[in-house]
Design a protein around this ligand. Sequence first.
Ligand code: FE
Length: 348
Amino acid sequence: MSVLRILAKNILLFGIASSYISLAFAQKELNLYSARHYQTDEALYSDFTKKTGIKINRIEADDNGILERLKSEGDKSQADIILLVDAARLWRAQINGLFTPVKSKYLDERIPANLRANSEPEGTPWFGFSTRARMIVYNKASVKKSDVDTYEKLADPINKGKVCTRSGAHPYMLSLVGALIERDGLQATKAWAKGMVANMARSPRGGDTDQIKAVASGECGVALTNSYYFARMMQSDKPEDVNLMSKLAYVWPNQGAGGVHVNIAGGGMAKNAPHPKEAILFLEYLASNSAQEYFANGNNEWPAVPLVKVDNPALKLLGKFQAEKVSVSAIGKNQIAAQRLLDQAGYK
Ligand code: FE
């Protein structure tokens, strides 16, 4: 055989082999239903594809949109991975049967037990991949820090007419109340909810950023917000935001008294995941050092995996705090009791 013919044969064989490889690659894919969408996501997902050859098909909507879509698709859903924010929503998805429990030694080792669902014999339904903290912001001119440095004090008569929060039906409120039930007990939390309603500066409305703005304007004296909204405002160089932030101070509540309420963004494998192996690989990838950084930084959150460092100036400015010990699983389970208690208190 001439050298040329051998060469031609090899090229032909190689060509066939490589087209098989690319076919195999093309078949490896993962359907991701995500309620998170940030600038760092591109790097987060393309990194995974680079490492594994698995292509990610993304369906993005807000949390309610994702849950509605999954419910309407039912058993025909092609979802492999579901990413949601807040333990309240993850728990709701779990009791609606939307997850398949996952068994992964790596995930169990990487994600602290208080930041994932309780394990069942079949595995763990969902995992937290980043944490956010529920902080207290107050108006420097009208409120003293020592009057608002615990969640409990917000319900004290000393803060009458000063308190603003979002709706009592929102997951962020339900999760905080779920945590307080765990920390202070049901009766004390019932009394707390009544005290909060009595202290409102206005009927609960708007999102966390709206609360921050209302505190700056003086309409409210004190409010609750998730840390990443505050971090976003801190990083803003728009003159109106800079002016707004100059009116505010924040406090990490309950230091030495139960800690700051901490919640998560997280996810798990979908019930009828057509690509279960790829789904587990992806969940494990999310707990890796590099993915943890992307995942947390994208929304100014903290990595769920201990010892993973993020280089985020806003988080550095916010400083360290003592977090609560309550597990997100317990917070999930307290959702119904929390809603009932808030309704009974007349919390709008
Ligand atoms: Fe949020």
